[in-house]
Ligand binder design. Structure first.
Ligand SMILES: NC(=O)c1ccc[n+]([C@@H]2O[C@H](COP(=O)([O-])OP(=O)(O)OC[C@H]3O[C@@H](n4cnc5c(N)ncnc54)[C@H](O)[C@@H]3O)[C@@H](O)[C@H]2O)c1
Length: 435
């Protein structure tokens, strides 16, 4: 395949060498003539293990070249990979000026090209950038997206210091596109790598790098806060985190990674508070850990706001405990929501087959008596009755029986906090909390 790469910095230089090594003819483009000269003399533009050797070998094999001439690069390639910088502005926003300048450059060059061209953005960009890029290319070239050219997002996951190793061993190959043929062609460039190829929506691919890197920063900061607490207590933080990582069911696993409603119950809020107070008593600042319950409270406020839009309607809650299959009401976020909505004068009924007020005992009973003392007057024993009598149905727990109850409802609003079942997501009367 003939490939052009715009931007011969870190990502561009590594891609140039590695794609050529994999048998492609690659032409690099940069506005900086000295980088172009370096490549044309067989030298890497960056200091990075193995890149020098790869560039020198591929240059002598005649597989790579470089230019400042956009038109030459576009004419001589079927796919253009965009790897220009996307730094932060002074205010912390993403500076996309280099990306949009390349869009203009490619738009001008495409005026002189008659064959289909694929643009793959490798730089880290915000959701919506590919659409803006394509609009600039259309405006300047006079060509039509998906008729004359296509755009895909193909974020780069390599890390400096291990860039070549990461290039050949990526965690996955991600391609976002509205053009499956273009996505498949770009995927073909990476199919020999030992990584799953995922083709998805453009905006999903665009946002992924931000989510990954934010999570990586969170992991480091969380581990550092744990380390600071442990070392103050004379506990070996590395032994602690090694054991933490051995739990592949709840800790290092997809478990809990589902956007949705707030956490609750008798353990998470209590033990989080316990660790916070421990750190506080040791005079250790733990802002990441401190922020967790604030985020959880915000999720409860978000849910209240979502339901309160229907304040003058009859509200029916399916599920009250903090998760399905239990009658534990302690720290159930749904109890907080209902308490707040009752305080605002809302008309509410609740169905939860696990809750029998007369059977509640101990701290569970004390908790609910202190929050919703007249709970028994709000409970109904027949879910059908709740559905028939209410205008808004709020699903709080993932009880399998709920799907049958709501799947055929079209004349009432369904508010879902648990993503009950994908089959109801597309209903026009359906509202998810954050999907
Ligand atoms: N560096 C990394 O480890 C890394 C890893 C993954 C993703 N990324 C992302 O990849 C992108 C590129 O990062 P980088 O570190 O390689 O950037 P860089 O700053 O090292 O290189 C960018 C290059 O683009 C060139 N350029 C600017 N405008 C141009 C234009 N109109 N035409 C041609 N060339 C132009 C610059 O002269 C420069 O050589 C960024 O979005 C970055 O966030 C970087």
């Amino acid at each position: 395949m003939n490939i052009s790469i715009f931007g011969l910095g870190y990502v561009g230089c590594v891609s140039l060498g590695c794609l050529a090594k994999n048998g492609h003819f690659v032409i690099g483009v940069d506005t900086n003539p000295s980088k172009v000269d370096q490549i044309n003399s067989g030298k890497a533009t960056i200091i990075e293990k193995d890149v020098d050797t790869i560039i020198a070998e591929q240059k002598s094999a005649g597989h790579i070249s470089a230019t400042t001439d956009n038109q030459l690069a576009i004419k001589g390639s079927d796919i253009s990979i965009i790897a220009v910088g996307t730094p932060s502005t002074d205010k912390g926003h993403l500076n996309l000026q280099y990306i949009f300048k390349v869009a203009e450059n490619i738009g001008e060059a495409l005026q002189h090209k008659d064959t289909f061209h694929i643009i793959a953005i490798r730089s880290t960009i915000m959701p919506g950038t590919c659409d803006k890029f394509a609009a600039i290319v259309e405006r300047i070239s006079g060509k039509k997206r998906n008729e004359d050219f296509a755009i895909v997002d193909n974020p780069e996951f390599l890390r400096e210091g291990t860039a070549v190793q990461d290039y050949y061993n990526p965690p996955l190959t991600l391609i976002g596109s509205d053009n499956i043929n273009a996505a498949e062609k770009v995927a073909d460039l990476y199919r020999q790598l030992p990584a799953e190829v995922i083709i998805t929506d453009l905006k999903i691919a665009e946002i992924m790098k931000y989510i990954n890197n934010t999570y990586h920063a969170l992991k480091i900061s969380f581990s550092n806060e744990i380390g600071n607490i442990c070392s103050e207590l004379g506990i070996d933080s590395h032994k602690v985190m090694d054991i933490f990582c051995k739990d592949k069911q709840l800790n290092i696993s997809p478990y809990y990674f589902k956007p949705g409603f707030a956490y609750g119950g008798s353990c998470l809020p209590k033990d989080l508070k316990g660790l916070q107070t421990l750190a506080h008593d040791l005079y250790i600042d733990v802002p990441v850990i401190d922020a967790i319950h604030k985020t959880n409270d915000l999720q409860i406020q978000r849910a209240i706001k979502l339901i309160y839009k229907y304040w003058d309607k009859k509200l029916g809650f399916l599920g009250l405990s903090f998760k399905a299959g239990t009658d534990d009401l302690r720290n159930s976020p749904t109890v907080t929501i209902i308490e707040a909505l009752l305080g605002k004068g809302c008309d509410i009924v609740i169905y939860d087959k696990n809750i029998n007020v007369a059977m509640l005992t101990g701290t569970n009973k004390e908790y609910i008596d202190s929050r919703i003392p007249h709970l028994s007057s709000l409970l109904v024993s027949d879910p059908e009755e709740l559905i028939n009598n209410c205008d808004i149905i709020v699903i709080n727990t993932k009880e399998p029986e709920f799907i049958k109850l709501v799947e055929d409802i079209d004349n009432k609003i369904i508010v879902d906090f648990v993503r009950l079942d994908d089959a109801i997501l597309s209903k026009s009367n359906y509202l998810g909390i954050n999907w």
